[in-house]
Design a protein around this ligand. Structure first.
Ligand code: NOJ
Length: 452
């Protein structure tokens, strides 16, 4: 892997959007305050053995009460953009029906505070926290999903569209459909194809439809949606491993972007799971409705992955060969650090044609940070950011229209099934006291962004 020592934010140009990203369920806490309804994560976290350390997202970083201080940190670290998500069950406690005025008031205050600090708000509509009331009626597997999502989007655009111009419809649809509705590792903990297939299709539909709804409701909106991506390598050159890598690649990198670009779901021979996905779609005749001309596509890349054939893994017949086993650099979550693969993924998305602008809407790394004498010396994270940002610059210099980069994330937060053990923040949080300590990586960003 290439090591990059010197990078300058100037090289990205004066209009490049440098931001930090976070999500409601991971940061806000205040889960039962001011009329908020429960989300699937509140309920899922009560199930034994599902979340490390039996952690709950109830308090998280208490962003609900500390947003002003946290926004000052965003500003102090030199960022111009603040990406956050709206908790659906805070604004619509039952998912549909009545609007919770206090929920709307919270986001109004948050948005106004961003604007007062000259931070550009990027609002994610769906970042994985479905209202539990909707889950009771099938959640993402339900054919009512589009109707529910339409209501949510309309409530948000009506309330915030006068001040928010940058909208992200969906966060990583592959993440929440596969982990939440196939593997049972994320909320709501469902498994199997009978859940996964309709969840995929409803997520694809809501992505495009959400784009259209925002376009209609918000004048001058800049509309995007985000996709996770990870370059997939075959463990050996054997045919069966190469085919396994191809299958994993379809699911990890192609399944959701291709419908958005008007190509429908990906086609590959010898992958029966895709036939099932196509059948599902055919019955509903919605290929056109899954397409939308987004203003930008958000790419979220954390790691590269290597797979090998394994007959025992259902449908995909592929299994990951962990970075630690292969003795390649990795984060403390075991994710392979490979900035060249990030460069290649950016290029791949661009080479589809039809993507107008790419924003790296998340990128970051988790390490076991510790505060020692008031200092968090997270050199490995700094090295990670240096590598990844340099790789992005390489892609940009080749003419790819990359308009922004949002680091994941401001403060350590609730990392889904990893609980509070995985720390991604530029700012350390002591979850007992809520004390914030800027990590060295935070200061590194401040210095980097000073030069813009
Ligand atoms: C992507 C998700 O959008 C975010 O919520 C999560 O914390 C990061 N990946 C790190 O796993």
């Amino acid at each position: 892997m290439q090591q990059y020592q010197h990078i300058s934010a100037k090289a990205f140009g004066p209009d490049f959007q440098w931001g930090v990203a976070m999500a409601a369920a991971q940061n806000e806490g205040a889960y039962n305050i001011d009329g908020r309804g429960l989300s699937i994560w509140d309920v899922f976290s009560r199930r034994q053995g599902k979340i490390k350390g039996a952690a709950k997202p109830y308090e998280a970083c208490d962003f609900y009460h500390r947003y002003k201080d946290d926004l000052v940190l965003v500003k102090a670290l030199g960022f111009r953009v603040f990406r956050f998500s709206i908790s659906w069950s805070r604004v619509l406690p039952e998912g549909m029906g009545r609007v919770n005025k206090e929920g709307i008031a919270f986001y109004n205050k948050l948005i106004d505070e961003c604007l007062a600090l000259d931070l550009v708000p990027y609002v994610t509509l769906y970042h994985w926290d479905l209202p539990q009331e909707l889950e009771k009626n099938g959640g993402w597997t339900s054919h009512q999903m589009l109707k529910w999502f339409t209501r949510f989007v309309n409530v948000c655009t009506e309330a915030f569209g006068d001040r928010v111009k940058n909208w992200i419809v969906m966060n990583e649809p592959m993440g929440f459909t596969s982990l939440g509705y196939m593997m049972g590792k994320h909320a709501p903990g469902k498994t199997g194809l009978s859940n996964f297939l309709p969840a995929i299709h409803n997520a694809a539909l809501c992505t495009a439809e959400g784009g259209r709804l925002v376009r209609t409701a918000v004048r001058g909106a800049n509309i995007g949606t985000t996709f996770s991506c990870s370059e997939v390598m075959a463990h050996t050159g054997r045919d069966e491993d190469l085919m396994a890598a191809k299958r994993a690649d379809v699911l990890l990198n192609r399944l959701f972007i291709e419908p958005v670009l008007g190509r429908g779901y990906p086609h590959e021979d010898h992958f029966p799971l895709l036939d099932k996905i196509h059948l599902h779609n055919k019955a509903w005749k919605y290929t056109e409705r899954m397409a939308f001309n987004f203003d930008f596509i958000g790419i979220q890349n954390y790691f590269a992955t290597t797979v090998k054939y394994n007959a025992l893994i259902p449908y995909i017949h592929a299994m990951e060969v962990k970075a630690a086993t292969r003795k390649v650099p990795h984060t403390d979550m075991g994710w392979e650090i490979n900035s060249d693969s990030f460069y290649r993924m950016i290029k791949r998305f661009w080479l589809y044609g039809g993507v107008k602008e790419i924003i790296v809407s998340e990128n970051g790394a988790s390490f076991k940070d510790q505060v020692v004498n008031g200092v968090v010396n997270d050199e490995k994270r700094i090295a990670y950011f240096k590598d990844y940002i340099s790789a992005m610059l390489r892609a940009k210099k080749e003419g790819i229209n990359i308009g922004g980069y949002f680091a994941w994330t401001l403060t350590d937060n609730f990392e889904w099934s990893e609980g509070y053990a995985a720390r991604f923040g530029l700012v350390h949080v002591d979850f007992k006291t809520q004390l914030r300590t800027i990590k060295q990586s935070g200061y590194w960003f401040r210095d980097l962004l000073r030069s813009v």
